[in-house]
Design a protein around this ligand. Structure first.
Ligand code: DGL
Length: 261
């Protein structure tokens, strides 16, 4: 079991940002990455549909022998991780908007959260935000239309900048000093965000926390790979391989799969 792979899934290419953090932190592990790009974006879907898609992704990763699954998607985590944990015995690591570290580090007392509709409307997000932001003002914005552009490999340029300004300007007017990226796709927008945000704004996403937690759980359940193992990652997509290709190392190949139950 220890040399089995870690399964990682997202609605598409966004989870590659998490995968990179996992690979850096755990160089001896094997990974299987599943981009469910055929069904992206998950953000505007209702909770029941998101849960169903996450179950399909989980079944598929388990059929590949995954020993642990990283839900590399805020929308999937906030809507479905509880159902997944109830239904399957393998450990799941999820990602939620990093609202707690943002609330702890803000000096202006105002933080912005850019995330999908599915994440911002979830009860998990609501509960986490209520617990940690009693003394913090939170400005939430749905990053409408961003995920489909990022899926096509568009992470900079006028269209992206225009959308970002539309979401960020009201946050800046409200004096945020911290911006939480609550969608794994948005990590690829950091260079563009840095261009349009004042230097004083801190950008937070949960990548490194997910990698740390994954390592902690592997150790806790004695599931870490042996050091002799050759590192490798297998990439799969339910969408177009040429779109995922833009986000992974050039020498890696991608297999297109259909995972409808
Ligand atoms: N990467 C997903 C997230 O973190 C993207 C959401 C979507 O597919 O709309 O929420």
């Amino acid at each position: 079991m220890n040399n089995a792979s870690i399964g990682v899934f997202d609605s598409g290419v966004g989870g590659i940002s998490i995968l990179k953090a996992l690979q850096n932190k755990m160089p001896n592990e094997q990974f299987v990455y599943l981009a469910d790009s055929y069904n992206a974006p998950y953000g505007p879907k209702d909770r029941a549909s998101i849960i169903e898609l996450c179950i399909n992704n989980t079944e598929w990763l388990l059929s590949k022998g995954a020993k642990l699954i990283v839900v590399a998607c805020n929308t999937a985590t906030t809507n479905a991780i509880e159902s997944l944990r109830n239904q399957y015995s393998c450990p799941f690591i999820g990602i939620e908007p990093a609202i707690k570290p943002a609330a702890l580090s803000t000096k202006s007392g105002v933080v912005g959260v850019l995330a999908t509709e599915g994440t911002l409307s979830s009860s998990l997000f609501y509960n986490t935000a209520s617990m940690h932001t009693q003394n913090t003002q939170v400005i939430e914005k749905i990053g409408k239309e961003l995920v489909p552009l990022i899926e096509k490999g568009i992470t900079s340029g006028l269209e992206i900048e225009k959308l970002l300004r539309q979401y960020i300007d009201p946050m800046l007017d409200a004096q945020i000093d911290t911006l939480v990226l609550g969608c794994t796709h948005y990590t690829f927008l950091i260079p563009t965000l840095k261009k349009i945000l004042p230097n004083s704004i801190q950008i937070i996403d949960g990548r490194d926390a997910v990698a740390r937690q994954t390592q902690f759980i592997l150790n806790k359940y004695n599931l870490s790979a042996s050091t002799e193992q050759q590192k490798s990652t297998a990439y799969f997509t339910t969408g177009k391989t040429k779109e995922l290709k833009k986000f992974i190392p050039e020498n890696e190949s991608i297999e297109k799969v259909s995972i409808t139950p």
